[in-house]
Design a protein around this ligand. Structure first.
Ligand SMILES: Cc1cc2nc3c(=O)[nH]c(=O)nc-3n(C[C@H](O)[C@H](O)[C@H](O)COP(=O)(O)OP(=O)(O)OC[C@H]3O[C@@H](n4cnc5c(N)ncnc54)[C@H](O)[C@@H]3O)c2cc1C
Length: 144
């Protein structure tokens, strides 16, 4: 693995300011770190998102389900609210990878990574989800 600068952003503004075409955000690291170790990707800066308050969590109100980007797969899988509102989404999260991946990987990392073989992108399209970034709201159909 090549050397890189590690940053821990305190808020979205700082994370956004630190990012460049030669950086990656570190959420669960389940895609980024193996890619770096295998020499498939290298970055000058890694920006940890895990300490940003408010990026993680699940809120269900009426017919709206909001899942923060740093919410881990295990949290979606075990959420009573998700199980009630969209049981298939909880089941999907419970089937991602293995316990290690579910305990570290995040929904935001999966969506941003945009792997056509991953579970969340197709679920987002099927559920007509809207992806909220720091500057835009994008319908899943257009995002992917
Ligand atoms: C052994 C193994 C098995 C797996 N099995 C499955 C599976 O069965 N199904 C499946 O769907 N996935 C699977 N995955 C992928 C897993 O779900 C990853 O967790 C996910 O793809 C990436 O999430 P992460 O939080 O680890 O992201 P990271 O690796 O931290 O980041 C991945 C990318 O997303 C970007 N990113 C991360 N968070 C954000 C954010 N909030 N905003 C903007 N950009 C962001 C980063 O810059 C980086 O480019 C597997 C992974 C492994 C290692």
């Amino acid at each position: 693995m090549k050397t890189f600068n590690y940053h821990s952003a305190k808020d979205v503004k700082e994370a956004s300011k630190l990012s460049s075409s030669n950086s990656a955000f570190l959420a669960g690291g389940m895609t980024t770190l193996p890619s770096m170790k295998l020499g498939l990707a290298s970055y000058k800066d890694l920006i940890n998102l895990k300490n940003i308050k408010g990026l993680s969590g699940i809120k269900v109100s009426g017919k709206t389900v909001k899942i923060g980007s740093t919410t881990k797969h295990v949290e979606v899988a075990q959420s009573k609210e998700i199980k009630k509102a969209i049981p298939s989404l909880a089941a999907l999260a419970d089937g991602i990878g293995d316990p290690q991946v579910r305990n570290r990987g995040t929904i935001g990392g999966s969506v941003a990574n945009n792997d056509p073989a991953a579970d969340y992108p197709s679920a987002c399209i099927a559920l007509n989800a809207v992806i909220h970034t720091n500057s835009r709201k994008i319908e899943a159909e257009k995002f992917f």
